[in-house]
Design a protein. Structure first.
Length: 296
């Protein structure tokens, strides 16, 4: 059979048959994602609203941007186009998906997106407003590490995301026995553990080296702030780990970072995780993608 206009006067037209084959592949769902992109198919946009004052996936101290980078790659691999709100060149569209990271304290088009995820990254002592109104906000799904609030209908559990470090081939020399790395903060929340932190550090005195911001220079065991907590933990045998607050389901980088550095927690005041480091790293990002797919 001949096909006019393409120069194929004998037999089937290879060009025509090729496009028919591609279309059939699309219909059957077997075509590769890069083939779809090359044909100009528009990917589903996901607007990312990071924590106030942060640039999503930008370099941070202690490599804390790593979970965000993993999430970005997994979103793209799943066929989404993640766009941080600070990179938007136009107003968000009503059909865009959205992911919010503790961004309620600033204008963030909360009522614009009909399909959205809210991901809590702070405990109640840091962000009490969110937990007081967790069931009131108009998000499709809420992801939190506060297991007692999860109903598995609209509010789901998600571990606190942590960075995964690589152990150096040669560990640096040990400079001390016990250390603690936390900021000195205050809160009016009844379940805060900042006060416990201060009491423990003072009680241990010269037996512990304290690092972090906000501690008074008059503290005899205060060693100043650090730019890399993992490298600091590498230089100690033991550490003291005290979370901001005890929450059933909440374990932060304060616990996972020293363990990766081979620095054993002598005291751990907080919830002990029932999941692995990978679950709080790669698994955290994979979980978000699955929840996004569920509301897409």
């Amino acid at each position: 059979m001949a096909y006019a206009g393409c120069g194929c006067w004998r037999g089937p037209c290879p060009m025509f048959e090729g496009w028919v084959g591609i279309w059939r592949s699309i219909q059957r769902g077997f075509i590769a994602r890069w083939d779809i992109l090359s044909m100009g198919v528009i990917m589903q946009r996901v607007i990312i609203y990071p924590e106030p004052g942060e640039t999503w996936c930008a370099p941070m101290i202690n490599q804390w941007e790593q979970p965000g980078l993993i999430l970005r790659d997994k979103l793209i691999a799943a066929g989404y186009e993640p766009i941080p709100d600070h990179d938007l060149k136009e107003k968000p569209r009503p059909n865009d998906l959205a992911i919010y990271f503790d961004s309620l304290l600033r204008p963030s088009n909360v009522f614009l997106h009909k399909r959205s995820l809210y991901i809590s990254l702070e405990p109640p002592c840091v962000n009490p407003r969110f937990y007081d109104r967790i069931r009131d906000f108009p998000f499709s799904r809420v992801l939190t590490f506060h297991r007692e609030l999860c109903d598995n209908k609209r509010i789901f559990y998600s571990p606190f995301p942590v960075t995964k470090y690589e152990m150096p081939k040669q560990r640096p020399p040990i400079v001390g026995d016990i250390c603690a790395i936390t900021a000195n903060k205050k809160s009016d929340h009844p379940n805060e553990m900042y006060t416990v932190r201060r009491e423990v550090y003072r009680a241990l005195g010269s037996y512990i080296d304290v690092y972090g911001k906000g501690w008074p220079d008059t503290m005899s065991n205060y060693k100043g702030p650090v730019d890399n907590i993992f490298d600091t933990f590498l230089r100690y045998k033991y550490c003291i780990v005290i979370e901001n607050q005890y929450v059933f389901g909440y374990t932060s980088e304060k616990y996972f970072t020293p363990i990766q550095a081979g620095c054993e927690p002598l005291i751990h005041i907080g919830w002990k995780p029932d999941y692995t480091l990978d679950d709080a790293n790669e698994g955290w990002a994979s979980g978000i993608v699955k929840h996004l797919q569920a509301i897409s």
